[in-house]
Design a protein. Structure first.
Length: 468
């Protein structure tokens, strides 16, 4: 399975169906990300795409010399925009591709709007997901709070959020030609709703479309609730891809790095499909990554010295033959050295090594007082630590010691002298410690909305909400 390749093949089919000629590629806000994660502008230009435009942008002039290849989601809003595009008669021909199952009513609406009879093709291509790696995709959802607060009966926006997940999963299953056995987390209502909707679509509403008999039962779809593990997102990550995603930011396989000028930035494409070094090291930890980048630089320096030794016509010819590969290697080395330098700068400036050690002590330790003192030390003395990292420490403490008693103190030493008294003291100490940490966060100018998360996280992801 290679998800970026699947997306690329879908796009190539759309463009080849429009045959030879100059093309305009019309995309919506979602599909433009799907395409950009798998295609470069150079590759599109090689396929005679001379214009990439968003669907909601109305063309200001007639361009009948261009064939419009349209790739959008089959939403009600997009269907209305396509009807307006057809009535404007801006392009010579239209080739419609929808990223998911198209309703018959939408097809009828498009047919009625085609007054000039310029629509040459309408097809479904199941590419309603963003391919990050060969085995990883995301649905590009933006309203995550709708999933956190989801419970029946749900609001309209929450239902739309679930529908988006179901459509994305259905598109993925159709693209890999699999109809799976579907299982879900029993304690999660939203997991149950997503699983039931996907099952209903695959086994009842569109059973013929999902009829891949050679593979029935060989794949399982597990629908899990992220709230069942609230700790992992609060811990610092130390592998290459995870550090880039968390510390710098990866969007559509692109990393935005600052230039030499403070106000300027530039994009770096980072993809395991096209970058062998990244593919081999994306899961390497920080220490091993530094060693491997050093080897990469040393190998490049050895090749550079060989290319400098040009003493004959044969040496010159050898250099010219190897120059494209040499230039590509040079760019690859420069890219990873720049990324490593930026990661090292962020880690050093934010004192992440020290903060991460405290995170591990809180998450894996059992001494509440030691954890409390360690966090308070970071909040009061570590001026380098970012407020967001300090907030994570307090959230970890609230989760780890949500119902923890003072087990370190023998019962005979408790001033109340009884188990009931010890429990009262433990409860008092817990809330006192949390309040002290919240006050310290406020002193660091953490926003009030973020301070409320300390108590909210127990309500949304405490022991009573988790099954583990």
């Amino acid at each position: 399975m290679n998800l970026p390749l699947i997306i690329k093949e879908y796009v190539l089919k759309m463009l080849s169906d429009a045959s030879i000629g100059m093309k305009a590629f019309i995309l919506d806000d979602f599909t433009i990300n799907v395409v950009s994660a798998a295609f470069t502008q150079t590759e599109l230009l090689q396929k005679e795409v001379f214009l990439v435009e968003k669907l909601h942008v109305n063309p200001d002039k007639k361009m009948h010399h261009l064939k419009a290849v349209v790739f959008v989601r089959p939403s009600q809003e997009n269907i209305a925009l396509l009807c307006d595009l057809l009535k404007a008669n801006a392009y010579g021909e239209y080739y419609f591709s929808f990223s998911n199952i198209l309703k018959e009513t939408h097809l009828q609406t498009l047919a009625e709007a085609d007054e000039h009879q310029v629509v040459r093709q309408v097809q479904e291509v199941y590419a309603s997901f963003l391919a990050v790696d060969p085995f990883l995709f995301t649905l590009g959802t933006s309203n995550n709070h709708d999933y956190l607060s989801w419970k029946p009966p749900s609001t309209h926006s929450q239902l739309n959020a679930v529908d988006g997940v179901v459509e994305g999963l259905a598109a993925f299953l159709l693209s890999v030609k699999r109809r799976p056995v579907i299982r879900h987390q029993r304690s999660s209502e939203i997991s149950r709703r997503v699983a039931e909707d996907v099952w209903r679509l695959a086994y009842e509403q569109e059973s013929g479309l999902f009829d891949f008999r050679r593979s029935d039962g060989t794949l399982q779809l597990l629908v899990l609730d992220r709230m069942d593990d609230p700790v992992t997102p609060l811990l610092s990550q130390w592998t290459y891809q995870a550090m880039l995603h968390e510390l710098v930011g990866i969007k559509n396989n692109r990393v935005n790095l600052p230039d030499s000028s403070p106000k300027e930035t530039h994009d770096i494409v980072i993809s395991s499909s096209d970058d062998g070094f990244f593919k081999d090291n994306m899961y390497s930890n920080y220490g091993d990554l530094g060693i491997n980048i050093k080897k990469l630089v040393d190998n490049f320096q050895a090749v550079s010295k060989m290319n400098k030794q040009i003493d004959s016509i044969e040496d010159m010819q050898r250099f010219l033959d190897s120059f494209p590969g040499f230039r590509q290697q040079s760019g690859n080395v420069s890219k990873h050295v720049s990324l490593m330098s930026e990661l090292s700068r962020i880690i050093g400036e934010a004192s992440l090594m020290t903060v991460s050690q405290v995170q591990q002590d809180v998450a894996c330790g059992s001494d509440r007082m030691y954890a409390y003192n360690s966090i308070m030390q970071q909040l009061s003395t570590n001026s380098q630590a970012k407020s967001s990292e300090c907030l994570k420490l307090v959230l970890l403490f609230a989760l780890r010691y949500e119902k923890e008693g003072t087990r370190q103190v023998p019962l005979s030493k408790h001033p109340y002298g009884s188990s009931e008294g010890a429990e009262k003291l433990a409860t008092f100490m817990k809330f006192f410690q949390v309040d002290e940490m919240v006050a310290a966060l406020a002193h660091r100018n953490v926003e009030d909305a973020h301070l409320t998360l300390v108590k909210e996280i127990v309500r949304w992801a405490g022991q009573e909400r988790r099954t583990g």
